[in-house]
Design a protein around this ligand. Structure first.
Ligand code: CP3
Length: 338
């Protein structure tokens, strides 16, 4: 598997490629199957459907990696925060105002609730081409905490940041509980046959820089240490989105095999300044892929050139957006694989 070989230290002639949110609404075959379930959580927790949707982009594009179809908000849901996806609005959760309001499941109950994800992984691994890696994933504690304390997605994260400043002990408690469930969820996916694990800290950029150590770095370290001490040695890709210059310290402290870069990171700076033994993943702007054509060709060539001197996985800087023409993805792959 060139994807896992690269993560485990080998070099590759051409960068392997996959796309965040590659199974999703830009694909007509996804939209068609999505109609068969009115509730997104039920859709994620249906192993046959989750397997089918995971395979769709692989059939169409033969990416080097697939990512199991599920969602980071399954964890809040599994610990008793009701999650609803409202079309056009995004996710809505029961907003947490204090840690005392939590009534947490034990880890057996938690894993039992998420067993359909493990079943989807087993099913998918059995059907994927042998050379295609399967990525299991979880949201990281901070990003999960934002949804739990905001009760929805957010632009400014005022409630979550208020927790950090005015309820430091409660925040610590919530983040540590979440870290334990994250470990449990990743363990479930590793045991089911995932080949790689990925940690999404999509809103890491909303953490005040002076609190990055306790809210991001130390929790990621703990999650990885717990996985390693329980014998899980799969490669780990981390996506602490928005950390900008903080990526240097982060990557020096956290023992990851790959760092996913968003499209706001100066890629030349990243290629020259980040630990040379880790793989860098990224970082085409998803909107550049919507444009396609010459602007995309120029940008893709720049990415290939800048990362040519290091181990690199080609990806976007964030998830592919629904308005992306599927044929632009075909064109992108042709450029990278030429
Ligand atoms: O192909 C894949 O990447 C696998 C599946 C996947 C989904 N969500 C499916 C999904 C993955 C890896 C995620 C991760 C995820 N989910 C993140 C982290 C990555 C990132 O993009 O930052 C976050 C923050 C979420 C939370 C989430 N899920 C939101 C905010 C939304 C609604 C907004 C939106 O984009 O529609 C979702 C819903 C969701 N998750 C959809 C899909 C395909 C769309 C729902 C639908 O089909 O109706």
């Amino acid at each position: 598997m060139i994807f896992t070989d690269l993560l485990n230290g080998k070099t590759a002639d051409k960068p392997p490629v996959w796309i965040m949110r590659q199974a999703g609404r830009y694909l007509p075959e996804y939209r068609e199957l999505r109609k068969s379930a009115n509730n997104f959580i039920d859709f994620c927790l249906n192993p046959e459907k989750a397997c089918e949707v995971t395979l769709q982009p692989i059939r169409r594009y033969d990416f080097d990696a697939s990512i199991i179809f599920s969602d980071i908000l399954l964890v809040p849901h599994a610990i008793g925060r009701e999650v609803k996806f409202i079309p056009g609005t995004g996710p809505i959760l029961t907003k947490l105002n204090s840690v005392d309001e939590l009534s947490l499941p034990d880890f057996d109950e938690f894993q039992n609730f998420l067993k359909p994800v493990a079943d989807a992984i087993k099913l998918t691994r059995g059907k994927l081409p042998e050379q295609t890696a399967l990525i299991g994933f979880s949201g990281a504690p901070w990003t999960l905490m934002t949804y739990i304390t905001e009760g929805a997605g957010s632009r400014d994260f005022n409630f979550a940041r208020d927790w950090l400043w005015s309820k430091p002990k409660e925040s610590e408690k919530l983040l540590h509980h979440l870290a334990e469930y994250v470990v449990s969820f990743l363990t479930l996916q590793a045991n089911a046959g995932a080949n790689v694990l990925m940690l999404f800290d999509s809103w890491a950029g909303a953490v005040p820089a002076s609190q990055r150590g306790r809210v991001i770095t130390s929790l990621h370290k703990k999650i990885i240490a717990d996985l390693r001490s329980s014998g899980i040695h799969l490669p780990i890709i981390s996506f602490p989105k928005g950390l900008s210059e903080g990526l240097k310290e982060y990557s020096e402290e956290v023992d990851i095999q790959a760092l996913a870069l968003d499209h706001y990171v100066d890629r030349r700076w990243a290629a020259e300044n980040l630990r040379s033994d880790i793989v860098l993943q990224g970082n085409l702007d998803p909107l550049c892929l919507v444009s396609g054509g010459d602007v995309m060709r120029r940008e893709v060539n720049e990415i290939l050139e800048i990362f040519a001197s290091r181990r690199h996985i080609f990806n976007l800087g964030h998830g592919i957006v629904p308005q992306t023409p599927p044929e632009h993805v075909t064109e992108l792959l042709a450029l990278i694989r030429a």
